[in-house]
Design a protein around this ligand. Structure first.
Ligand code: ADP
Ligand code: MG
Length: 456
């Protein structure tokens, strides 16, 4: 599974930082321990010295008076136990605790050592001195030891604040990296939303002005890709438009030639039948050509067309006017229920084509004597156009297919299979939707087109 950028950056930052905290923590511990040891050893040394100072000759014998100051040095809230012993001539105990262990070697220099006494770890100093009295010489050994509570407390006091500071730094980094990234990734998320919210045919370059410099090359590359795509679709659409235009002239010519042929006097019945067939085919080709042209126009980006205020009521009535003859021919009752003030923004010719295709379908596929009604009304901020018929309708399972190009239902009625794909293309290019449903009592078809109404 690919790691998120957040997780990756966190690893990059956290691993070295954690290693750094670990090693500086260790070295801080070492320094703190050295300091605590030094303080403790110095206290032991002054205590031992004070004791030695007070070892004196009395009537030819050595006496050790332990001055209170020698033990007061160790006073602390941690209540360390302090032990001492004074030995004369290496074996005679002058005072103190006889069990206090001695180091391996004692000399004039103070010897510090760690030992245990009654199961407790202790730190001790042993220290020898020669005492003279009227020609006599005696070696006095002083041992002072203490338990480790105050030393441990000092070590903790020296070391802990540093450790806490470093952990805090680590925690801050952990918290700030995702926070900073969330902040810094916002332009990227906005970019994603901008691209995702685009209309299908919106092929404008992505704006890179507020993006971090690292992302610019990506956006530039995408923009180049969009530009190529735009050129490609424009070329393709232009090709279809050109081809449709080119086809129109020979088709018109063909139509005229068929008319001429009809008028010839020696046109017998079989010839007339053949001509009628050719005429039907040429009409179908002309219709197909016109539909292809419409499809190409509907697919072009809305920005490339004039966007005007279109009166939908006028569009509907002009379409009905055009199609009323076709309806009458089949005794279809063609009617309209159009509200007064329904306006949208878009292309009048394309919207006319949309309504024409829907009404034309309704007339074509409804049985003779049927009913077709075009309804147009305002619904909230939308304009809704519905074409309702009482014909055979479209079964729910084929409804999705009828929008495909060149799809035709099982019917003898003439057609190109492009009508509804043009409708959908026009609806989408106007930011609208088109849907199909059956009418009341599951009879006929209701085609609904919905788009934002015009806002002045
Ligand atoms: N009002 C309608 N009633 C019944 N069937 C319809 C209706 N409108 C469209 N259809 C079905 O949808 C198919 C596709 O329609 P369309 O795209 O306009 O192509 P065409 O009309 O050229 O066949 C039609 O062939 C027909 O089967
Ligand atoms: Mg049609």
């Amino acid at each position: 599974m690919p790691l998120s950028l957040r997780a990756r950056l966190l690893w990059w930052l956290l691993l070295p930082l954690a290693a750094f905290v670990f090693f500086t923590g260790l070295s801080a511990y070492d320094t703190a321990r050295e300091t605590a040891d030094l303080v403790q050893d110095n206290a032991l040394l002054s205590s031992a010295r004070t004791i030695v100072e007070d070892v004196d000759w009395e009537n030819g014998a050595l006496i050790a008076n332990i001055p209170p100051a020698a033990l007061e040095i160790f006073e602390s809230p941690y209540r360390d136990q302090v032990f001492y012993k004074v030995i004369a001539g290496h074996e005679r105990l002058l005072g103190g605790n006889p069990d206090l262990p001695l180091p391996g070697r004692i000399s004039k220099l103070p010897a510090y050592y760690d030992a245990t006494l009654a199961g407790q770890p202790i730190r001790a100093i042993a220290y020898e001195r020669q005492l003279y009295d009227s020609g006599r010489e005696e070696t006095v050994t002083v041992v002072v030891a203490k338990t480790q509570a105050s030393r441990q407390a000092m070590l903790a006091q020296l070391w802990r604040p540093q450790l806490i500071r470093q952990w805090l730094m680590l925690a801050l980094a952990v918290a700030l990296v995702p926070l900073g990234l969330t902040f810094e990734l916002r332009p990227l998320i906005k970019l994603k939303d901008d691209v995702a919210d685009r209309e299908p045919m919106e092929l404008e370059p992505i704006r890179a002005d507020r993006l971090p410099t690292e992302l610019r090359p990506i956006v530039d590359a995408i923009n180049q890709c969009i530009a190529r795509l735009k050129l490609h679709t424009a070329t393709q659409r232009q090709f279809i438009t050109d081809a449709a235009h080119q086809l129109r002239t020979p088709l018109t010519l063909l139509d005229t030639q068929i008319q001429c042929a009809y008028r010839r006097e020696h046109c017998d019945a079989s010839m007339a039948e053949a001509l009628a067939g050719i005429h039907r085919s040429s009409r179908k080709m002309a219709e197909m050509t016109n539909q292809l042209l419409l499809l190409a126009q509907a697919g072009s980006a809305p920005q490339q067309r004039a966007q005007v205020r279109v009166d939908m009521a006028a569009v509907v009535s002009s379409v009905l006017e055009d199609l009323v003859t076709a309806a009458q021919r089949r005794q279809i009752d063609l009617g309209a229920e159009v509200a007064d003030d329904v306006h949208v923004t878009g292309s009048e010719s394309l919207l006319t084509a949309l309504v024409t295709n829907l009404v034309d379908n309704a007339i074509r596929y409804t049985q003779d004597g049927g009913r077709v009604t075009a309804i147009c009304r305002q619904e909230g901020g939308d304009v809704v156009l519905q074409v309702v018929d009482n014909g055979p309708g479209i079964p729910a399972e084929t409804r999705a297919h009828v929008f495909e190009r060149f799809y035709r239902g099982p019917t003898d009625v003439e057609g190109t299979g492009l009508g509804l794909s043009i409708v959908r293309e026009i609806a989408q290019s106007h930011g609208g939707t088109v849907s199909l449903a059956h009418g009341a009592g599951r009879i006929g078809l209701v085609a609904t087109f919905r788009m934002r109404s015009w806002r002045g």
